[in-house]
Design a protein around this ligand. Sequence first.
Ligand SMILES: Cc1cc2nc3c(=O)[nH]c(=O)nc-3n(C[C@H](O)[C@H](O)[C@H](O)COP(=O)(O)OP(=O)(O)OC[C@H]3O[C@@H](n4cnc5c(N)ncnc54)[C@H](O)[C@@H]3O)c2cc1C
Length: 410
Amino acid sequence: MAEIRDAEITIVGGGAIGCAVAYALARAGYRDIQVVEQGELAGATSGQAAGLVGQVRASQERCLLAMASVAAYARIEQETGYPADWRQTGSVRIAMTAERAAEFRALAAVARSAGLEVEFLAAARLAELCPMLDTTGVTAALWCPTDGYLQPNSLVMAYARAARDRGVSFATHTTVTGLRITGGTVTGVRTDRRAVVTDLVINAAGPWASAVARLAGLQLPVVPVRHEYFVTRAVPGWHAGLPVLRIPDLRLYARAEGPGILCGGWEADGLSLDPRQVGIGQALAVSPDWDVLSGFAADFARLAPPVTQAEVREVFRGFPAFAPDGRFIVGPVPGLRGFVMAAACNAHGVSGSAGLAQHVLESLQPDPSPYVRSLSPGRYLPRAWDWESVRARAEQVYENYYALAQSPRS
Ligand SMILES: Cc1cc2nc3c(=O)[nH]c(=O)nc-3n(C[C@H](O)[C@H](O)[C@H](O)COP(=O)(O)OP(=O)(O)OC[C@H]3O[C@@H](n4cnc5c(N)ncnc54)[C@H](O)[C@@H]3O)c2cc1C
């Protein structure tokens, strides 16, 4: 990996977002870009993700963003020469109540208005697509044939390699520890290796994004909230070609991971970190919470009874970053030239990385769309925060991920 150097553009963070942004900028013709990563590429949140990519969303804009991301993943290998291990298995969203079935009808209308193909499955077709499920109690099943999943590590490496082919350099094991700001303009970054000159800093530091923003004197509410899922050893009937499942009434998602079951969910009582306590370079360790994980298994057993008997092979976990309004924080910081945010992915940062990188690119242009402008960090500045209520709101976004009244984001 390259050494830290002077560069026109310095991206802090080598996860899905930092690498996607590096690739998008290089592809758009920006030159002299480096990514600075305190550990390994994809070594933090991105490497833990389940890789689900879903396009059915409550708003047309989110739907179109997800569709653009799917189109990007479907062609990334052809475009870059590097695979993201994208599998277009389709997905089935399963309702277990009448209210949820009604919500699915509204979602289907949004999807169709965005040009996304979706279809309600008759019981026989559901059984054909998902023979491993006990579908007693299912009130509706919404099929999206173009959804799927990818391997997050592969995606990050595909972005990084393709960016490197276009001249981007990557300084890993290098921590950004400070910013040099002269007359309201960022002019450099300090690291644990050496200080360098740069014109533009892009903060793609995931759950550390608030800490990196503090280096610029900004108080931005990017709240890490714990999330985890388990993967079992082989279970009869499960294989990698099965559709991705979302069961919002059980607060769960699942898919096959090879011959095993991957199952995760959004517990009702989210656990956040206080962004003020997350320092630069601080390790964010999280142990498996077996009470929560066995709750996921017990709930999923209503549809897949063998899950409770299967041996758990691995637990993936981390702290995806949430904003209190559940929206991305993207774009230049008003009043501080040369500092750009690419954060608060709200547990959508792998699937949404291609689209989010396009938003960052657009935010750097003279006339971004109203939607991209609405993601500006300006909406949070300047503000004296009640940090406990910020955390509570971010936890609510997490807890309500699949709630009826909220937009389904995953
Ligand atoms: C268990 C789990 C399952 C998930 N499943 C999904 C899913 O199915 N689909 C989906 O879309 N999303 C999923 N997510 C969320 C997804 O992982 C995140 O939204 C995404 O990884 C965010 O990417 P990022 O690049 O912003 O953050 P990260 O991957 O955390 O990258 C930020 C990087 O910045 C680096 N960094 C921080 N501070 C500094 C510094 N001062 N100097 C240098 N480097 C620094 C860090 O080391 C890190 O590598 C899941 C998350 C978890 C934990």
